[in-house]
Design a protein around this ligand. Structure first.
Ligand code: KIV
Ligand code: ZN
Length: 511
């Protein structure tokens, strides 16, 4: 059976989603989990874009053993050199070179003629192939490019040595049938003496990224690009867990083999959600909380008689149930440590005391602590490690000017308080937190939801804030039984990310 390679770009294209800023350590954690999930290639970043991206690609290259690492470069020698340097320690290095080919990009963005573009492709793909054996070329905005010119661009890249041709639907414009046709056309007409593998790279602006990717595979693609949970620029990229599951469940139709370790699917999705600060919608295919919940009586009756009546994917396949270690109030530190390992959650040394303390409080209120409770517990962990203090107490009172919040913060050996007046409790509390962090931010969005939907559920809060000094948007996530504490911890989590950004900038400056 034909093998399909899986290419994940969450650390490059995924990070282009507003509000997502992974630290290098978080990127390495995600890359390691992707390797565990079976990903063939990780696009670790765009090294010429920032020193941070360069360092992240380097760190990921060192950390991967079986998974290949690629880095993005424009058709510029300086970009290619930077990318080559960043991936130099990868066991399986690859390069990804791109330039736009649509008329609209040529005229307004590149201000180049078609002849210029072809010459540039030839020069830079050739240059890249001299440095790295495995080079992918992408004609950006391929689906809005003139078909003959697209073929010329692809043929030029192949003649210059590219062994992978990636066809990006950059603006999420194409449809499954049209995209399938493009693949059939290119595969039939590109000539080469070496093997050339084609891949789709789809964006979800019209909600067709997964369907378009599958159509490309049906038409002969041998690699697929996307991101976990479909994160990415604007409406996001094709959700790789959906593509993988569709190929697996409909093997009868697609007839391909994939490298994915399905039991790691939920862990991978949850890790990405937690580190990105972006919740998975409950109705999201494959990894949503309700993806396997049967609500109506008729469905429940059918599933009890035989799950196949209404279930095409078994929850066990993607690691959604069948927990090996149920936790309860009698569980000790060892059981919690094992559970965190089972869920693929890593933590800093010294964090365990606090996690265990929070787990005990939770377990006292519950007969059974679910995997999602544990994930929420970890998401809401103290931020003391990064900021040097954690929230200890919150009090409110009404005064003439509005609602006053008095927040007490605990440092290693002391306490301090900050108070602020706001229109309501949340507003006042957020203002007091701004004072504690001494950073001016603007609140973008604020959402609260329950983790399990039960009355005794933990509340999970999400915020996005803009750092007024830099204009960068950050997201934060927190959870607690108390909605206000969950909100405070989400807001502090976003502040912590700003702090990290500032620290990274200072470190770069010092270098
Ligand atoms: O969407 C796009 O066109 C891209 C390219 C850089 C491959 O991400
Ligand atoms: Zn893209």
């Amino acid at each position: 059976m034909k093998k399909i390679e899986f290419f994940d770009t969450i650390l490059r294209d995924g990070e282009q989603q507003a509000g997502i800023n992974f630290s290098i350590k978080e990127k390495v954690m995600i890359a390691k989990q992707l390797e565990k999930w079976g990903i063939t290639v990780i696009e670790a970043g765009f090294p010429a874009a920032s020193p941070d991206s360069f360092e992240a690609v380097k760190a990921i290259s060192e950390a991967m053993t079986t998974t290949a690492v690629t880095a993005l470069a424009r058709c510029r020698k300086a970009d290619i050199d930077k990318a080559v340097e960043a991936i130099s320690s990868a066991k399986h290095p690859q390069l990804h070179v791109f330039i736009a080919t649509s008329d609209i990009h040529l005229k307004h963005k590149l201000k180049m003629t078609k002849e210029d573009v072809l010459a540039t492709i030839d020069e830079h793909v050739r240059y890249a192939c001299e440095k790295v054996k495995c080079v992918e070329f992408s004609p950006e905005d391929a689906t809005r490019s003139d078909r003959d010119f697209l073929l010329q661009a692809v043929q030029t890249a192949v003649d210059a040595g590219a062994s992978y041709i990636n066809i990006p639907d950059t603006v999420g414009y194409t449809t499954p049938r049209e995209f399938g046709d493009i693949f059939e056309y290119l595969i039939a007409n590109v000539t080469s003496e070496h093997e050339v593998i084609f891949s789709p790279h789809c964006h979800d602006d019209l909600g067709m990224a997964v369907a378009n990717s599958l159509a490309a595979i049906k038409a002969g693609a041998g690699r697929v690009e996307g991101t976990i949970n479909g994160l990415g620029e604007r409406a996001g990229n094709a959700a790789l867990e959906e593509v993988a599951t569709a190929l697996h469940i409909r093997k009868d139709f697609y007839g391909v083999d994939i490298p994915i370790i399905f039991s790691e699917t939920i862990n991978t999705s949850q890790l990405v959600s937690r580190l990105a600060g972006v919740s998975v919608p409950p109705n999201k295919a494959v990894v949503g909380l309700n993806a396997f919940a049967h609500e109506s009586g008729i469905h429940q009756d059918g599933v009890l008689k035989n799950p196949e009546t209404y279930e095409i994917i078994s929850p066990e396949l993607v690691g959604a149930t069948g927990t090996k270690l149920p936790l309860g109030k009698l569980s000790g530190r060892h059981a919690l440590t094992e559970k965190l390992k089972e869920l693929g959650i890593s933590y800093e040394e010294g964090e365990m005391d606090e996690l265990f303390e929070r787990f005990k409080i939770l377990a006292d209120k519950r007969q059974l602590v679910t995997d999602n409770d544990i994930r929420a517990l970890v998401a809401g962990r103290s931020i003391k490690n990064g900021a040097g203090f954690k929230l200890d107490n919150v009090q409110f009172d009404n005064i003439k000017a509005g609602r006053r919040a008095i927040l007490t913060f605990k440092t290693d050996d002391d306490f301090f308080t900050k108070e602020a007046i706001g229109k309501g409790s949340v507003d006042a509390m957020f203002k007091a937190i701004d004072l504690a962090f001494e950073t001016q931010v603007e609140l973008g969005s604020y959402h609260v939801e329950s983790v399990t939907g039960r009355v005794d559920a933990q509340a999970q809060a999400r915020v996005t804030v803009k750092n007024q000094a830099t204009g960068t948007i950050f997201s934060g996530k927190g959870s607690d039984y108390d909605v206000l504490i969950a909100s405070a911890s989400a807001y502090m989590n976003a502040h912590l990310r700003i702090l990290k950004e500032d620290k990274q900038k200072r470190d770069q400056h010092d270098l």
